[in-house]
Structure formats: structure tokens, C-alpha cells
Design a protein. Sequence first.
Lengths: 255, 312
Amino acid sequence: MAENGYLLELKDVSRHFGGLVAVDGISYGVRKGEVRGIIGPNGAGKTTLFNVITGELKPTAGRIYLKGEDITGLPAHIICEKGMSRTFQLTFIFPEMTVFECVWVGVYSRARRPWDLFFSRTDPSGPIAEKAQRIIHTVGLEEKTHEMASNLSYGDQKVLEIAMALSTDPVILLLDEPTQGVGPGEVDTIINLVERLSKEMSIVLIEHDMDIVARLCHNVTVLSFGKMIAEGTCEAVSRNEEVQRIYLGEKIVCS
Amino acid sequence: MQRERVYRYFALGFLVLLAVLGLVLPTGARSLMIQIMIFGIFAMGYDVCLGYTAQCSLGHSLFFGSGAYACVLSVMHLKAGLLTALAISVGTGFVLAALLGPICVRLSEAYFVIVTAIIAAVFHLLAMDLVWLTGGDDGLCFSIPSLKLGFGDLSLYKPLANYYFVLFFMALTYFVLARILHAPLGKIFVAIRENPKRALFLGYNVTRYKLIAFVVSGMVAALAGGLYALTLRYCSADYMGFYWSVLPVVWCLIGGQGTLVGSWIGVALMSLFQYYVSAWFTYYLLLFGVLVLIILSVSRKGILGYIASRVR
């Protein structure tokens, strides 16, 4: 852990695409056990910020630290090994694999050893399989363990994606709109799940729905055109004039 | 899983059938079966690349051809025994794939296809030019030593010995590949095929695993090349031609990619078609193309994939 207590810390991180500045000098810190929300209008750079943090894109400037260790510019799979996990805006699963296999592959990624890669058996017992089962239980997909991932409902696929993100033992979880496009009943399931997970790890959440953000997050950050324009508790942010202007007079009510 | 079981029963049934057919078939048909078995090995290896990691290589003729040449040249110049020659074939496939793979596997889809095709084309031209070594278009004929087993010699000039020699390697390749693909490595391959980005964010170095698949596939193709050269006692630069790169794609598409053994159906269909139809119709490939289109429009997963989806 870094001396300043941040689990994840961004220092002046920018990302340019040619002349377009998608992420503009963002400094940001997430402490252990925190649930942080990121909101902002479309094209504000929320997902780009996630891509920069998780190593899919390299930042044009600035540095990123995880547990005090500089991870700037490391490839995505290394950053994942260091304890950062993410989900994607569109569901990113393995359609032609069963729920169990999807999670199993993630658990194996942390448990793998070169010598058993080629010839060991992927038996349904054993510590890796047990852990996969436990994660499937945690997210509540145990009845669908052996379903093909592509046969799940959209909401269940979103849950499966969270399960896959959990399978690599993250200390920090980045969720990119986990409830987008999901029916009302399933939204509650996902919110409850995130609430439970927040007791075990830090979570950063991109979300459009202010109600959900208010329910889950201790702290909200507002992005607009790549810049951080407000940060604070949900109420403080929703009273912020600039934030209200950006949302075009849309009244943001914090429940 | 249900589907895997269908593939396994099919593979075992096919191997047993081949073992029985070896005893009853007349010589002409037997040599056709030998060809089918060798292509079956090639196809299995190719499926590791195409069906399991979704890398459509058009450069596998390079591995097939160099495997054949490695075998022929080591028998001719190094006086190597049969098994040593085949080991050298596989080793050549390994070295070439491990050297060229890193250039190819980091490229995405279409670029991968083009670059593999270009690399194979370069080596094909090279083989055509180095006549002193490869015999160019005319190729090289050679005589093969007999295989020294503990209890006596086995000469591959006897069709029956040749048949079971090739069948042995087909079964061996199948069991080794099936083992690997049922091990964690196979699951990782499928994960990468299904969604490379998700696999990357689960902590897998996708490029490395694609390279492993490419190398395994190259080694098997080289083994097939070596066996083909041994069976025909002949090898030419033509083995590195584009035709030999397209064949495995067609086999896998017909039989079912990602099934490992489905391609055997593709091989058998195509070889039988070639053998019987080409005799009375010169443009048989035209008919075959239509057949491929029909099969793929019924099922994108090929014949075995279709059967497996119907079972249960």
C-alpha cells in the first residue's frame, strides 16, 4: 500500500487521440474499501479512462499506481495479475463456453503453472474448480452452472461478467455500466451483488443512473470532455452548478 | 460435456474402422486410405490453429513442405533412420513456426491471413530456386531405409506396413492433441477464440497462447509432410505451394472447425471425391466447391459440428 493510503492512484493522467483530448490531466485516488462512482455525459471519457487504467490504452502523460507500484504502460494481462479486474460496457463473455468454464478460465489464470498447462486434467473437482463454484455461488448463478453462456439472459450475462472479473482475485474492481440495458428486476440483483462485493474490495463504477450511484457510492466524480469537474459526496455533486449545467438543466435528485 | 463425448466416440470409431479396413482393402484403395490418414494428421494440426484459436493461416504449406524436405534430406544426406527423420521433420516445423510465428500471431485477422500466405509464398519460391538442394519442380526421389524394430525389420515398401505405420502416427497425434486440448491449455485456446480481449483482461498473454497454438499446429503439419514424403518416396517444391495451404482450410470447414477430428470427414470426402469424380469430370473441384457451400449453409460448424448439435 502506498504511504498516502491509496490503493489506486492516478497522477495527471492524459490520453490524446491525435488532436482529441479524451482524458485530460486527471488525478484520482481510490482507497481500500471505497466504492467510487464516475458519471458524466456520453463522450466524457469515462470508458477511455478505464481503458487507460487497465492497460488497454497507454496514457499519453501521467502515471498510474496500484498499491503504490507504478503500473503505467504495463500490458493489460500483467495489470490484471497485479489485482485489477474490469467488466465492459457491452457484455464480454465467452459465448461458446459454459458458465462454469468461463469462471474456471479466470480462476486458472491466477493458479496456472507452466507444467500443468499441457497435460493436467481440467477435472470438475480440485481447488480451482471449487473456487470457480464458490464464485458462481456468490453471484447467484449456481442453477445455471452448466448452461452455455450465450443462452443466458442479458442480465445474467452481465452477472456472469462480474463473476469472471471476480475470478482473478481482484483487490479493485472496475465496473463499466453494469446495469446498462438490464431489466428492472435484474438491476436490483446486480446492485445487491455490487453492494455485497464492496465489503471485500474497492470498486469503481461507471454509471448513468444517479439513483444507483447514490445507493452504492461513497464518492462521485463527474467527468466532462475528459476533465474532472466535480468530486465529492453524491449530494454535494448534485448541487454543483457546473454539473447541473452539463446535464442541461436536468434536475439531478439524490435520494 | 456432451459435445466432447460425440467427438471422442467419433474419433475412436474412425480409428478402429481404419485399423480394420487396413486388413480388408485392396492395394489401390489402401493407398488412398494412407493418403487420407496423412491428410487427417495435417488437418488435426491445422484445426488447433483455425478452430481453437481462430487464426486462419494460409501459410501451412510451408510447414508441410519443409517437414517433407526435412525428412527426405535427412534420409538422403544424413542417412537418418525413419523415426529420426520424422523427428527432424517435427523439429523443423517447430523451429520455423517458432521463428515466424512471433511475426504473424500479433496481427489481427485479415493481416494474419495475408502475412502467413506471403511468408509461405516466399519459401515456395526459394524452394523452386534452390534446385541443387530441393530438386525444384522435379523434386527428389529417394529410397527409404527399413524401420528397425526390436524383433525385426519393417519395410515401408510393403503397403500393409506403410498403412499401419501411418495409422500409428495418426492415432498418436490424435491422443496427444486431444490430451493437450482437454488440458487447461485447450480451455485457454477456446477462451481466446471466443473473446481475445476478455481473455487478456483475465490475465492471459493472448499473443503467447496464439503462438503456442501456431507452433503446435506447425509441428503437426511438418509431421504430416514427413509422412507424405515417406509414403510417396518423393518430395518436390510443389509441396510448399498455395494449394497445400488451402486444403486444410477446406477440410476443417467441411468437417467442422474446433472439433479436432471433424476435419477427418472433410479429408475423407475430398479425397474420395477427387479419386472417383475426377476420373470422369475434369472440373470436379467446381462441384466440390458447390458441395462445400451447401454444407456450410446448412451448418456453419461443419458436418461433425452439426451432428454433435443434434445429439441429446
